[in-house]
Ligand binder design. Structure first.
Ligand SMILES: Nc1ncnc2c1ncn2[C@@H]1O[C@H](COP(=O)(O)OP(=O)(O)OP(=O)(O)O)[C@@H](O)[C@H]1O
Length: 251
């Protein structure tokens, strides 16, 4: 569904993403990890249209999307969450998500459909669907869920989930990971998940790709990547990822 070839982004003389290539099959969850500043967010921004590539191509469902505007990329079926949720504070939870449903589909849905899709998205993330429930009082976990619901309401075929676990406690992290897994299963949405907290990510993703200094240094099954000496050297370091006998990796 997505083929990224030789994707490169330079900021002046600095190369943030350096000839990165990968592809994604329909229904997969790909984990994207790497140390701070390794180019994960820049890669997301290139796919989502927030940044234009310096070189390379991004083909989504057979169409070149590199350099297209974010709203056009969204209308083609790529939804994203942001690391820092910024909901409309004066709108209710349901209104926030309905706005995403309406504009995320370029107004191709009626108001009524947008409300229905917003209710469905909120149901998926376990947030209240009553029209008056306020954004105020949502904690870190609630705001992350709202962020996810807004992305889902745009009816994406591909979801780019950016650091959805930041600020959550361990139980909330597990719930958030299970939620992404359930969304893939129930809605057949393909997911790229950027995350720092690897133990939880490794449990849920099908494949992992690792960036370092903008270059892809490893890609494969979670258990393969966790034991790749290059990954251990540059990223895992003292975190020591242990592979449980079940094949799951835990940080
Ligand atoms: N607009 C910009 N102008 C100049 N440099 C930038 C710009 N955006 C990102 N960079 C640089 O590109 C590099 C990659 O940044 P990026 O945010 O993609 O990394 P990351 O892997 O997402 O990091 P983190 O895990 O800290 O979010 C960093 O060195 C960053 O400072």
């Amino acid at each position: 569904m997505l083929t990224v070839s030789n994707l490169t982004k330079r900021f002046g003389g600095f190369t943030a993403v350096d000839h990165v290539s990968f592809s994604l099959e329909q229904g997969e969850i790909l984990g994207l990890i790497g140390p701070n500043g390794s180019g994960k967010s820049t890669t997301f921004n290139l796919i989502a249209g927030t940044l234009a590539p310096t070189e390379g191509s991004i083909s989504f469902l057979g169409q070149e999307i590199g350099g297209q505007r974010p709203m056009d990329v969204c209308h083609l079926g790529i939804g994203r969450t942001f690391q820092i949720p910024r909901p409309f504070k004066r709108l209710s939870i349901l209104e926030n998500v309905a706005v995403a449903a309406y504009y995320g589909q370029n107004g191709r849905v009626s108001r009524q459909q947008a409300w229905a899709q917003a209710e469905e998205a909120l149901g998926l993330v376990n947030l209240p669907t009553d029209a008056k429930a306020s954004v105020d009082g949502l904690g870190a976990a609630g705001l992350k869920k709202l962020e996810l619901a807004r992305a889902l309401a745009t009816q994406p075929k591909l979801l780019l989930a950016d650091e959805s676990l930041g600020g959550l406690d361990e139980q909330e992290m597990d719930q958030a990971a299970d939620m992404l897994s359930m969304i893939r299963r129930e809605k057949n949405i393909t997911i790229i998940w950027v995350e720092h907290i690897m133990g939880v990510l490794m449990r849920v993703v099908d494949r992992v790709m690792v960036l370092d200094h903008g270059e892809k240094i490893s890609e494969g099954l979670p258990r393969e990547v966790a034991s790749d000496p290059r990954v251990v050297e540059v990223y895992l370091g003292s975190e020591r990822v242990e592979i449980a006998e079940t094949g799951e990796a835990r940080a």
